[in-house]
Design a protein around this ligand. Sequence first.
Ligand code: BGC
Length: 753
Amino acid sequence: MTQEKIRELISQMTLEEKAGMCSGEDFWHTKAVERLGIPKSMVSDGPHGLRKQDAMSDHLGVNESIKAVCFPAGCGAAASFNRELLEDMGKTLGNECQAEGVSVILGPAINIKRSPLCGRNFEYYSEDPLLATQMAGALIKGVQSKHVGTSIKHFFANNQETRRMSSTSEMDERTMREIYLAAFEGAIAKEKPWTVMCSYNRINGVYAAENKMALTDILRGEWGFDGYVVSDWGAVNRRVSDLEAGLDLEMPSSGGENDKLIVEAVSNGTLSESVLDTAVERILNIIYRFVENRDESAVFDRDADHEKARKIAEETVVLLKNQEILPIPKTKKVAFIGKYAKQPRYQGGGSSHINSHKVTSAVEAAYGLYNVTYAEGFRDDVDQTEDALLQEAIEIAEQADVAVVFAGLPDAFESEGFDRNHMRMPECQNELIQKISEVQPNIVVVLHNGSPVEMPWENKVKGIIEAYLGGQAIGGAVVDIIFGNINPSGRLPETFPLQLEDNPSFLYYIGEGDVVEYREGIFVGYRYYDKKKMPVLFPFGHGLSYTDFAYSRLRVSKEHILDTETLKVTVDVTNTGDMAGKEVIQLYVAEKESAVIRPEKELRDFTKVKLEPGETKTVEFELTSRAFAYWNTQIHNWYVETGEFDILIGKSSRDIVLSKTVEVKGTTKLQVKYTLDTTFGDIMKDERAVEILQPLMKLDIFADDKEEGVAAAAISKEMREAMIKYMPIRGAVSFGGDCTLDELQSLLDQLNE
Ligand code: BGC
């Protein structure tokens, strides 16, 4: 519908109808205005499948939803490092929504994984904002290509479940921009999601729902967002100021309470009616965008989508460790041990919980095809070793050539609504692995978890497969990887620290009361571990393959560029093994020297290529200024310093295989104002200053000829230089410079002109 028509429609609406349009009729629908022919419109969770509730509704996954297909959760989806795959997953979800009449699917959820403890990490993508935003962008692109909207969430800085509705995430401007906003920025600016969901929490004291800086200035002003902002379910705190800040749609319904407040505020003149009209216009835009593009022929083919879920799952599995144990030859006798072999933990609890139409377990996928036995091994409803289960597991492990233990985190350990309080697996599972290692040297552990775990048994097993929460078809994908039908190609979208205490947010997570200080700043995930050169269990970007890849011929289009130019980077990758496989090529950028404290390196691009044995492909990246920039708090903008930058090609953040240095010239000049308090060191960086101020550098007490006898021992050349460098200009008057304060000031005035 054209803008004029929508505006005409709005002009016919009563004040009450307009206020009503800004909140839900129930849990999942916007209101209809029948007399004007405005239909109601349905939204549903999200993000990795359709949780459409036809009868009883709730936002925590309590009541039944329709039978649907559960795709890999965000943790796994991001591990694919494959944008096309996520776009395809998005298309499938979009088609399901068309078939079910759902206008907006509530996802992707991409909050940064600040700590391994966040209960909702399984839904989220990464500790790295570039990976998160690009993978989310791909999913959005896919869904929206089917004329169905997405709701990227939870905007923003919602990085824990504890007190999620009242806590304030306290962070500095650079951290906000480089990490927490950046996770949303790329996806929103490039893929234009139809809606954005604001989070429950406060940011530096201001609720996300009434955060004008976030919802209007940044989202719309800077990133060009043109859809509607919806509240997370129940996130509205003060309806009228929320509306003014840019929060258009309140979900679910407030039983008319908040609508009344809007009507009152317009009637008594405290809220301009045009603010309300704008929100209604944004909501109607999206409603009609869906209505007018309905695909009545769309069919939700659950079996076909199950197969898609399986294809996607294949790329979300990360091979963490392999000491010549995998793939297991098909003729070997293999013991599948652990409850999750038969009942995989393939999704997390809460609002994203899908009512799967079927689930394929590893046992089901392997039986009949391979020589596999099964024992349950442990219970996951209580963390307690059960001797009978343990004994049975030990027995079949002893009789087999290889034991594959399917372990991980039970539902009770991670879910929406609460955070983990440690990073360990249940003790009974650790004990099971330990006991099996006493009778069987050939062990592979398959993990089902949404977030890192400590692995005290790591050196007792030969193989580790991180299967994440891989969706309802994960069993088939894992079996194909175990027996070598599929070559694993997932990479870790997060660091696995050795222990929780190593995590940079450890000291401050989950805050004091409602105040959560992000004191680690920009040093989240590998940005911290790499800078500290700390040993980790598995680094960001890590993932093994059954074949080998060699890198060569790293080239750059230019060795000196302006920050307004684009740098082309190319590199050749060859499959030197004898199995076809997919490799993820990661490009990091590192500034050699900076005036600000920067991470050692940052992921700036990545790509995934499929290579047959012996095949070589040339991959190309294009870097623009953002790849070199940091957020400068003086100009409140991205800023590139002039200097040298290393272009690093890696197989992970810890395995850099090739590098090349380029010189970038920044074209943005920072305004400097010199005062009498400016140091000599800082002022001398200005070429114009050197000549004018040179005479003052020969300050009496620091002169060379003083360095004799005792003085020579007391004042080294280094000390003298440092004293001058860090001396304010006014020091010239006190320490023998031949000038007055007035003369100095007039020199500074000249420079400041
Ligand atoms: C969750 C959202 C979800 C909404 C609707 C909230 O509790 O935080 O992610 O989309 O409920 O179910």
